[in-house]
Structures are given as C-alpha cells and as structure tokens.
Design a protein around this ligand. Structure first.
Ligand code: KIV
Ligand code: ZN
Length: 395
C-alpha cells in the first residue's frame, strides 16, 4: 500500500536520558536535576520516561520514586532479571502517578552468555521468563530487554521474545547494545521478531551510536515493525551515546511523506529540552548537531544566504520555530555575500546607498578574510568609515 494512504501508526517514545543518558561520563544528575528534567520531558510528551536503575544506588532509587510520584508521566525503572533488582524497582515505583513500568533486562547474545553470564541459553531463557513473571506480580506493565539483542541469533531471540511475552511482558526490546548493527541487517532482525510476536507485544528498539548509526538503525527498525524507540535528549548515553530523541522524532515528522508514523512529541519543546539538559549536565552538543546544534539553522555561505533570503525552504527543511529554535541565523563571515550584508545593514538601522554598500562589502570581505566572523559592531564601524569617506553621516 502506498505510504500516503495509510493511517500513521504511533511510535512510542521511551526516553532514557535519566538512565542510559546519565550513565555517560560527565552526564550524571542529582535528584533535583533529574526532577527538573523529568518535568520538561513530560511537557515534551514522551510516552515513557526511564528514571533510573533503583538497585544501582540510593540516589537512583529516590530519583525513580520522586519522578514517579511528582511527574505526570509513565515512569520506568530498570532491573536485571533477578528478584532483588525487580523487588527494588517495584518499591521505587510505589505511589507513582501513572501506571509504572518495570524494565527487566538480561543478555541473550552468545558472547554475553559465554563471557559475562557464564550461563546456557536454556538457563537464560528460564531466568528471563521468571524475571518477567515476578515483575508482573508488582505492575501490569513489564518490558523485557534482550541485552545485546542485535548480536543474538534470530532463532534464539524469537524464542526468548515469545517466552517473555507468555510470562507477561507487553513490550519486547531488542537493543543494539554495542552499536554494531547496520540498518538493513538490524531492520531485518526486528522484522523477524515483529512478525513472530504479531500483536501480542510492542517491539521496541534501543540503539547505541558506536558507528554513528543509532538513528538510522532505529528508523530501519520502525520501518520493519518496531513501535517503540528508546532514545535520549542530545543523544547522550553509554560510550558514543544513544539514538538522539530530537533526530528520530524530526525524521519521522519531516519525512512523513515516506514514513507513515506519528509520535506524541511536541516538537516545539525539543530545543528547550536540549538546552535544559546542557545547562544541567554542563555538557553541550557539537555545533553541527542536527536539530539542536548552534549551527543547525545558521547560514554563512553567500549562495545559501541569498537563497534563504529569497525563500527559506531553498536551504532549510525544518522551520526552526517548529523545534523551538527562535530563528535562523545569518552568520557574516568570509563566505558571506552582498545580499546578507545588505539585510544586516538594514537590520542595524543603517542606511547606505548602492555605491556605499559596494564599498562596505569590499572592506567587509577584506576583514572577513582575516578572522572567523564579523560582529555587528564591526559592521557598524566599517559602515561609519565608508560613509565618512563619502562625506556623509549614517543613521
Ligand atoms: O544498551 C542496552 O542494552 C541497555 C539495556 C539495559 C536496555 O541499555
Ligand atoms: Zn543502552
């Protein structure tokens, strides 16, 4: 069926900024900081907010407890597939405002079984189902994650997926824990799991970014049947990070012509959420980061500035205000052209005739060749000089 004629399917956004995100070096948050960000994530409209790993520390336990009690959003708590972890997660979720989720995980790849768990496939299958069954005694919403699922044999992964669904899991997550997958391969694996489970559970994905493919892999998974994406604001997370929330959401929104999916995210809150996270953890994003980077809506090249000034969509595929960025920026530097300079001169309230503008542009270009960017103050003083030379005062 052509995508345009299909009713868009909802893709659930599972935010793990407060759990996987804060596991990244330099990204930890204390409880008040987690609460502040959690309120913002609820405003953003995420479907599930993973607030921590209660067995890991008292701080994580209290963060899950406070977020669950104070923030009007479905909160998830992480637990290994052991009674101690699951009971601790259940305790932390007591009193949560919205029906909470216990997120049970256990590795399923041969490499993890052999070197980390030292268990057989049969033992892991049993432990996974037992963990889910125990979690279901505490909450109605249980997710199971097959850690290193991306490197697990499809047959075994499907066996585990069916067993945890039979034990009561309503979401089955197939993480690419080490960011090893490539879109075609990972998408095909997700397709196999989704077909095997049918409507019995939501298939979820959780992609790490070790090869820079976390968003591409998550997208391929959605195209193959996944209906939950686990992601983080600014893409923070273990090692090279997780799938970036703002990127996957904006891919689905911007390319709705080819991707018949919706999310509940209020995209105008994406940039404010990114800014708040940066303020809290003190770790910013690179300037060229898609959607929320400082240069994501900045134009310096003359040809681009000229096109943009004639019609924004010549060089912008996203309206900056739709993601909460106040406006695009025209950066004046050595690549800039006359058109942008003329607009800036007028924005600065200066009035120059054609000849003066030409002279200003010559001086501007010479100065721009010597440094990284030209400030408005520098433009004012260059303009002052030009007008002085022409024997007139400027406004
Ligand atoms: O990367 C991973 O496998 C995880 C799981 C705990 C979901 O973070
Ligand atoms: Zn992870």
């Amino acid at each position: 069926m052509p995508s345009s004629s299909r009713t868009p399917d909802k893709v659930h956004i599972f935010d793990t900024t407060l759990r996987d995100g804060e596991q990244a070096p330099g990204c930890s948050m204390n409880i008040p900081e987690k609460l502040r960000l959690a309120h913002k994530l609820a405003d953003l409209g995420v479907d599930v907010l993973e607030a921590g790993f209660p067995i890991a520390s008292v701080g994580d336990f209290e963060a899950v407890q406070k977020v669950g009690r104070e923030v009007p959003v479905r909160v998830a708590a992480l637990a290994r597939s052991t009674a101690l972890d699951i009971e601790r997660a259940a305790r932390a979720l007591e009193g949560a405002q919205k029906a909470p989720r216990i997120h049970v995980f256990l590795a399923t790849s041969d490499i993890h079984l052999k070197y980390k768990l030292k268990k057989t496939r049969e033992q892991v299958l049993e432990d996974a189902a037992a963990g889910v069954a125990l979690a279901r005694k505490y909450v109605g919403d249980v997710e199971f994650s097959a850690e290193d699922g991306g490197r697990t044999s499809a047959d075994y992964l499907i066996q585990v997926a069916k067993a945890v669904v039979a034990a009561g899991a309503s979401t089955v997550n197939v993480p690419d824990t080490v960011g090893y997958g490539i879109p075609e391969e990972y998408g095909a694996l997700i397709g196999q799991v989704a077909r095997a489970l049918g409507p019995s559970a939501i298939v979820s994905v959780h992609c790490h970014n070790d090869l820079g493919l976390a968003v591409a892999n998550s997208l391929a998974a959605v195209q193959n049947g996944a209906r939950q994406v686990e992601c983080t604001v600014n893409g923070i997370g273990e090692r090279a990070g997780n799938c970036s929330l703002e990127e996957i959401v904006m891919v689905l929104k911007t390319r709705a012509d080819r991707l018949p999916f919706t999310t509940g995210v209020k995209t105008e809150q994406l940039f404010p959420a990114s800014q708040l996270l940066t303020e809290i953890i003190g770790v910013g994003v690179q300037p060229n980061k898609a959607i929320v980077g400082r240069n994501a809506f900045a134009h310096e090249a003359g040809i681009h500035q000229d096109g943009y000034l004639k019609e924004r969509t010549t060089y912008e595929i996203i309206d900056p205000q739709s993601v909460g960025v106040p406006e695009s920026r025209l950066v004046l530097g050595k690549h800039s052209g006359r058109h942008a300079l003329k607009v800036r001169v007028s924005d600065l309230g200066l009035s120059l005739d054609k000849e003066q503008l030409d002279e200003l542009y010559t001086r501007f270009s010479a100065l721009a060749d010597t440094k990284k960017g030209i400030t408005d103050q520098e433009i004012r003083s260059l303009a002052q000089d030009v007008v002085g030379n022409f024997g007139r005062k400027i406004a």
